[in-house]
Design a protein around this ligand. Sequence first.
Ligand SMILES: Nc1ncnc2c1ncn2[C@@H]1O[C@H](COP(=O)(O)OP(=O)(O)OP(=O)(O)O)[C@@H](O)[C@H]1O
Ligand SMILES: [Mg+2]
Length: 490
Amino acid sequence: MKLIYQQMLSFLAMIIVALSVVSLLFIQTTSNNAWENNFRQLANYTTTIEQNAILSDGTMNNAFLDNSEQILSGQRIQFVIYDSKNWTRYPQTSSQGISSTYWKKLKKGEDVNLRTSVRVPDRNGKGTWRTQNMTIYYRPIFYSGKLAYVIGALSPVDTIQASINKTERNVFIGFVISAIAAIILSYFLAQYQVRKINRLRRATHEIAQGNYDVKIKKTGNDEISELANDFGEMTTSLQESQEEIKRQEDRRRQFMADAAHEMRTPLTTINGLLEGLAYDAIPEDMRAKSIELMRSETNRLIRLVNENLDYEKIRSNQIVLMRNTFNASDDLNNVASQLQKKADEAGDTITVNTPAELPVYADHDRFVQVIFNIMQNAIQFTQNGSITVTGRRAYHQSEFVISDTGIGMTEEQVKNIWERYYKADPSRKNTKYGESGLGMAIVHQLVQVHGGTIKVDSTEGKGTTFTVTFPDEDTAPKKTNEAADKNSQA
Ligand SMILES: Nc1ncnc2c1ncn2[C@@H]1O[C@H](COP(=O)(O)OP(=O)(O)OP(=O)(O)O)[C@@H](O)[C@H]1O
Ligand SMILES: [Mg+2]
C-alpha cells in the first residue's frame, strides 16, 4: 500500500475511534439524563399529589387530581392511586394492580420507578383501553407506620424516546461531518509528510545515478527534515571523498607517468654507456667519467624506489623510531654545511640561528631527514636569496623555523603540499635534486609519528616558512615507538 494511504488510514482510524467513543459516551449520558429527569419530575408530581390530593381524613380530592391531569395533559402525565390493598382508588376506571414484586418494595417504604407497558383508559370517554409503554413512578404513603396509599405518576415512554432519538440523529450527523472533515484533513497531512519523503527519494535516486550534486533544503524541525539534513551532509561528504579519490587517482597516474619518465632517462643513459663500454666505443680517458655517471644515475633510481618504500612504511606505521634526546644545534649546522655547496650554486646564503645547546627528543636520523628535506626544498626553490634556519625552545617542545626568500607558493599549492606525488609546478621536474614529489609527504608523516607539528606559510614570489615542532620526552606519544623499539631489538 502506498505510504500516503497508510498515513491516511492511521490518521482516520485514530479520529474515527475517538469520535465513536465520544459519540457513544455522549448518547449514553444524554439518554441517562433524560430518563433520570423524567423520573425526578414524576417524583415531584407525586409529592404534590400527596400534599394536595390526599386529605387529612384519608379521603381523596379527586377534583384536584382531575385538574392536575388536565394541566399536565400537554406532557401526557397521568396519576393512579392505590389503597393499602393494591386496589385502584383513582381513577375509578383503572383496574390493574401493582405487581407483587414492586408491591413488596413499596410496603418496605421504597420508591419504585420502572418502564413497562400498561393498559390505560382511552380518553375518548367510551371506556375503551389500550396498552402503552410508560415510565412509572410509585411512592408509598404511610399513616402511623402502615401503608395507606401508593401514588403512581405515569408518563409515556415515546416523548422521552423521541428526544433521545433526536439527540442520536444529531450526533450521527456530527459524526458523519467530522469523518468527512477528517478524511480531507488526513489527506493533506499525509500528502505533506509524503512530499517530504518523496524529495528524499528523488535525491537518493539521483545519487544512485552518480549525481552527487543534489542539494536538499531543510524545511522544518521534524525528524524527516533532520534526516534530509543528514542526508545532505552525507552527500556532501560523499562528494568530497569522491573528489578526493579522483584527486588521488590523478596524482597516482601523474606519478606513474613521472616515475616512468624519471626511470627511463637514467636507464637509457646507463644502457647507452654500457653499450659504449661493451663495444669499446668510449675512449680510455672518458671511461672513469662514464662509470661515475652510471653510478650517479643508478643512485637516483635507488633513491626514487627507496623514497616510495619509505613513505609507505611510515604511512602504515611500520617504521621504527629510535628516539633519544640530543643536541639539535649540531645537526642544524651539519645540514647547513652539507647543503652549502648547493646553496652557493643557487647563489643563496644560509644563516643558522640556534643556541649552543638545543635539546630535541627524536629519532636522530629521521630528524636530520626532516630538516634536510625542508632545507633542500628551500634552496631548490630560491635563487640568489637567503635561507634562515632558527632553532629554539618552546613550551615542552623544540621548534625549528626554516624560511626562504624564494618563489613561494599559491594557496592551492600550500593546501596540497603534504600530498604524495604533489609538485606545485610540474615543469619543475628533472632538476638535479630529483623531485619525486615525495619529500614533503614523507616529512609530514615523520613529524606526525613523532607527535610533532608542521605548518607552512608561503607567499607567492616572496618566500616560504616551515615551522616544525618536536615534543619533549615527557609529552611525546609513547606507544608506537616503544613497541617499535622492542621489535627492532628483537
Ligand atoms: N620552500 C619552498 N618554496 C616553494 N615551493 C616549495 C617549497 N617547498 C616545497 N615546495 C613545493 O612543494 C612541492 C612538493 O615538495 P616535495 O619536497 O614534496 O617534492 P619535490 O621537492 O618536488 O620532490 P622530492 O620528493 O625530490 O623532494 C615542490 O615540488 C614545490 O613545488
Ligand atoms: Mg623536495
